[in-house]
Design a protein around this ligand. Structure first.
Ligand code: UGA
Length: 500
């Protein structure tokens, strides 16, 4: 099927039925380019007036799946392509490989309407779509630079199967300069009459809030050198930008405000994503360092943090002290930005210090355990509550809780773990550990309890019952989620991070 066909052959989608501005109607839109100049948009380059089917490559991964689901939910037809056959089959059955609140309901709803499908073979999906999102992984390679092999491989495939006019939007987190490579690849190997524009559209989705972040983003970034592609992206995101999409009925009362749009060039958009994650990591390392000072001078981080975050210039986000920043993104992206800076001849002194502080945080939690239990952990039963890298996800990639569990096991401790969502994944990483069916089972007979993920249910535990089950009443709260006073009054020795 040629992509210039105005609508897919299936039932028209909500987006197609809904009256609203077409791309052509945006002709008078004023654009601000990267130099800050404002001008009128050019007429569309294609006779087709609005985007049709979307293809998301890497559609079974975290970023790809939430992107595919989000657009399908707004009424678009979406084909999500992934090489992971198991995941594709699972998703087509309505089962999500990742845990996010509301994800399976949304998945099933969109599969049932026929708007969303998952496929392994990219050929038809690319040829029949006029917007292609690249959402494959860019993991760190041995030297800290992002490994772009998946982005390059996917770009080569896209180049071979492009038809008509297509917007290729990079959603993966890529270092500056990547789009030049992708453009070169897309410019080769395709048929006559093929035309494309490249956009960098970084995602700012937080795991555990990914769907909410898709529908109610703080901002949208479209990096492109084509005014037409900028209009195209606005049209795709129109339900999000306008707030007309009402995902999650419970949020009806949330304040509706226009989504800030940053329309800029490709390089700026590439850098924005790395800089955003590096800045969030900087805040985490900063507060962890202040927490360490609190422990030495007898101050309380909760009070200090309250005094900081009331300043609107500082705010609250990423100021919770803990184990440091884990997960698949912050450390990887900060390390990547260090290499980008070095390659550009900038000495990244601040960012290196942020990484250094993060390494010390796990060491500091382990020294608290050894300080309370004594130097030998051999044969000592220890409970770990929480192995997911953060609450509300089952993701254990680069989980600092897992790092701590490994270190304790290397010291001979007998580790017992409970996590509400992350245990299937953690089983692949921890081979000597005892996995328990609930918290009370996990703490039985232990000499210390470590709370390493901020699951709300840990704050609600019956610590009187816990007190009767443990061998020794020691709690190290690596997330500052427990009520220190209540624990102490129940006879526990309690240590948080920077808490009095
Ligand atoms: C992060 C960014 O927040 C997202 O905007 C971005 O889109 C995403 O990476 C990505 O690049 O895909 P995420 O890794 O899901 O999202 O989680 P964060 O909430 O940023 O937390 C990262 C780590 O920092 C976690 O280990 C978390 O426990 C830790 N953290 C976070 C703290 O220790 N304290 C805080 O106050 C906040």
């Amino acid at each position: 099927m040629q992509k210039s066909t105005p609508t897919p052959s299936t039932t028209p989608t909500n987006a197609e039925r809904r009256p609203g501005p077409s791309v052509a109607m945006y002709r008078t839109t004023r654009f601000v380019d990267s130099s800050g100049r404002s001008h009128h948009a050019d007429p569309p380059r294609s006779p087709k007036s609005r985007p049709g089917q979307i293809c998301v490559i890497g559609g079974a991964g975290y970023v790809g799946l939430t992107t595919a689901l989000g657009f399908a939910e707004t009424g678009r037809r979406v084909v999500a392509v992934d090489i992971d056959e198991g995941r594709v089959a699972q998703l087509n059955r309505g089962v999500s490989p990742i845990y996010e609140r509301g994800i399976e309901e949304m998945l099933r709803r969109n599969l049932d309407t026929g708007r969303l499908s998952f496929a392994i073979d990219p050929v038809d999906a690319i040829a029949q779509s006029d917007t292609i999102f690249i959402a494959v992984g860019t993991p760190a390679s041995a030297n800290g630079r992002p490994d772009l092999s998946q982005v390059i491989c996917v770009s080569e495939t896209i180049a071979r199967h492009l038809r008509g006019y297509t917007v290729v939007a990079i959603r993966s987190t890529v270092p500056t300069g990547t789009t030049a490579t992708v453009r070169e690849i897309l410019g080769q190997d395709h048929d006559e009459g093929v035309d494309f524009d490249l956009v960098v559209n970084p995602e700012f989705l937080r795991e555990g809030n990914a769907l909410e972040d898709f529908f109610y983003p703080d901002r949208l970034v479209f990096g492109t050198s084509s005014k037409f592609a900028g209009e195209w992206m606005r049209e795709l995101y129109r339900p999000i930008i306008s707030g007309e999409n009402r995902w999650n009925e419970g949020k009806q009362d949330r304040e509706l405000r226009p989504t800030p749009l940053i329309e800029t060039n490709l390089t700026d958009a590439e850098l924005i994503k790395h800089a955003a994650n590096a800045f969030l990591a900087t805040r985490v390392s900063f507060i962890n360092e202040v927490a360490a000072i609190c422990e030495r001078v007898g101050a309380d981080i909760d009070q200090v943090k309250a005094g900081l975050s009331q300043d609107p210039r500082i705010g609250e986000s990423h100021l919770n002290p803990g184990l440091g920043f884990g997960g698949p993104c912050l450390e990887k992206d900060l390390t990547a930005l260090v290499t980008i800076a070095e390659d550009a001849g900038v000495d990244p002194v601040v960012m290196r210090a942020v990484l250094d502080r993060n390494e010390r945080q796990v060491v500091s939690v382990l020294s608290k355990v050894r300080g309370l239990l004594g130097p030998s952990l051999h044969g000592r039963p220890i409970a770990i509550l929480g192995v997911a890298f953060k609450a509300h996800t089952n993701d254990v990639r680069n989980s600092l809780a897992l790092r701590i569990a490994h270190a304790l096991e290397n010291d001979g401790a007998a580790v017992r773990v409970y996590d509400p969502m992350g245990m299937p994944q953690a089983r692949n990483e921890l081979h000597q550990t005892v996995f328990c069916s609930d918290v009370y089972e996990a703490v039985k007979g232990t000499q210390a309890i470590l709370v390493l993920t901020e699951w709300p249910e840990f704050a609600e535990l019956d610590f009187r019952r816990v007190r009767r089950l443990v061998d020794c009443p020691i709690v190290i709260d690596g997330r500052n989620v427990l009520d220190a006073r209540a624990l102490r009054s129940n006879g526990f020795q309690y240590l948080g991070i920077g808490r009095r």
